[in-house]
Design a protein around this ligand. Structure first.
Ligand code: DAH
Length: 345
C-alpha cells in the first residue's frame, strides 16, 4: 500500500467513498483505511520515529482523522443499506386498489345434480345405491331379463356389442340381475344410477350415451301401489309438490304388468300446453312388477317374493325440470350452458 500523508488520507477516502455503492466494496475500502494494515494504522505505526512534540501533534490529528473516517464509513453503510431497503420496497409494494384475480368457480353438472337428488330421496326411503359395470354380458343385460337371443323386443335397444357375449350395457336393468343373484332370495331395495349406451344417432333427443336410474324393490308384500307411491314421491321431488302421476299399461319383457308413468305437466299444471303437447301429461319412465321369469332366472321364488322395478331416464327428467330442449347440451361442456346451473342448489 502506498504511503499517504494524513492530509491526503481524508481527501482520497472521500473520493473513494463517493464511488462505492455496495456493502462488500465498502467493507474492503474500510479495511484499506481503518484496518490493521490500513493507511491510518500505518501512519500511527510510524509515529514512534518522530520527536515527542511531532508525535503528540500527529498522534492527536491521526486520532481525529480516524474518528472522522469511522463516522463517514458508518454513514455510508447506513446510506447503502437504506438504498437497498428502498429498492426492495419499491418492487414489493402492493397496490391495494388493483382489482383482484377472479377464480372460476365450477358448478355441479345438472345430470349429477339429478342423480344426487334421486339418491337423497330414495336413501331417505330406505333404499341403498347399487352399481354395476358398463361392459356387461348379454346374459345379464338381456337373457336373465327375459329377453332371450332373437327376441323381437331386443330391437327396442340397439346395442353396441363387443363380441356375441359382451356388450356396452344398453340399460341399467342388469344391475337388478346382479343384485338378485347376489342376494339369492332375500328382500331387496335398491336404486342403480349409471351410464348406458345405445347405437343411436345423436340428435336433440337421442344420445349414444346417456344415464338411467334403475330401481328394484323385492319383498313379501310389495305391490303396484307401493310402486306408485315411490314414483309419486320422485315426481314431486323433481317437479314440485302439486304434481300427480298416472300409470298407463305398457310392455317391457322384464315386468308384468308393465306401465309407463306420466307426470302432470309442470308448465301448465295439467291444462295443456306445447310442452305436454296439449295432453297435460308428460311421460317420464317405464316400470312394472318384476316378471316371474326374471325372478326365477335370478334365483327367486315368485310364490314367496315379488316386487317392482322402474327405470328413470336421467336426461329426460333433467331436461323437463330445467326446460332444456337438446340432450347434447349435457355433453358438449359449453361453459355458457353449465354456468346457468351455478345457482341451482
Ligand atoms: N330398461 C328400460 C329401458 O331402458 C327401462 C325400464 C323399464 C326399466 C321398466 C325397468 C322397468 O326396470 O321395470 O327402456
Amino acid at each position: 500500500m502506498e504511503n499517504l500523508e494524513l492530509e491526503q488520507v481524508c481527501g482520497k477516502a472521500e473520493e473513494e467513498l463517493n464511488a462505492v455503492d455496495d456493502l462488500n466494496a465498502l467493507q474492503q475500502l474500510k479495511a484499506n483505511y481503518l484496518g490493521k494494515k490500513g493507511f491510518v494504522a500505518t501512519i500511527m505505526a510510524n509515529l514512534k520515529d518522530l520527536t515527542i512534540e511531532k508525535r503528540k501533534e500527529l498522534g492527536m490529528k491521526s486520532n481525529q482523522v480516524k474518528q472522522a473516517l469511522e463516522a463517514r464509513f458508518e454513514a455510508k453503510r447506513k446510506a447503502i443499506e437504506n438504498k437497498i431497503v428502498q429498492a426492495k420496497l419499491a418492487t414489493e409494494t402492493i397496490d391495494v386498489t388493483l382489482p383482484g384475480v377472479k377464480f372460476n368457480v365450477g358448478a355441479i353438472h345438472p345430470l349429477q345434480k339429478t342423480i344426487m337428488d334421486l339418491e337423497d330421496l330414495y336413501i331417505s326411503m330406505g333404499y341403498t345405491v347399487a352399481e354395476g359395470p358398463e361392459i356387461e354380458t348379454d346374459e345379464y343385460c338381456f337373457e336373465k331379463l327375459n329377453l332371450p337371443k332373437g327376441h323381437p323386443a331386443r330391437d327396442m335397444q340397439d346395442t353396441f356389442y363387443i363380441n356375441p357375449e359382451l356388450l356396452l350395457r344398453s340399460q341399467t336393468s342388469p344391475v337388478q340381475v346382479r343384485t338378485m343373484l347376489q342376494e339369492s332370495g332375500k328382500p331387496i331395495k335398491i336404486i342403480c344410477p349409471g351410464k348406458v349406451y345405445r347405437r343411436d344417432a345423436d340428435d336433440a333427443t337421442h344420445s349414444h350415451q346417456f344415464m338411467q336410474c334403475e330401481g328394484l324393490v323385492l319383498g313379501k308384500d310389495v305391490t303396484l301401489a307401493d310402486l306408485k307411491g315411490a314414483l309419486l314421491e320422485m315426481a314431486r321431488m323433481m317437479f314440485g309438490k302439486e304434481r300427480n302421476i298416472r300409470l298407463r299399461p305398457s310392455f317391457f319383457p322384464f315386468t308384468e304388468p308393465s306401465v309407463e308413468v306420466d307426470v302432470s305437466c309442470s308448465r301448465c299444471g295439467g291444462k295443456g300446453c306445447s310442452m305436454c303437447k296439449n295432453t297435460g301429461w308428460i311421460e317420464i319412465l317405464g316400470a312394472g312388477m318384476v316378471n316371474n321369469n326374471v325372478l326365477r332366472m335370478c334365483g327367486y321364488n315368485p310364490d314367496k317374493i315379488q316386487g317392482y322395478a322402474f327405470g328413470i331416464g336421467v336426461e329426460r327428467v333433467t331436461m323437463l325440470k330445467y326446460h332444456i330442449d337438446d340432450i347434447r347440451n349435457f355433453y358438449l361442456n359449453d361453459i355458457r350452458f353449465l354456468n346457468q346451473f351455478k345457482e341451482v342448489k
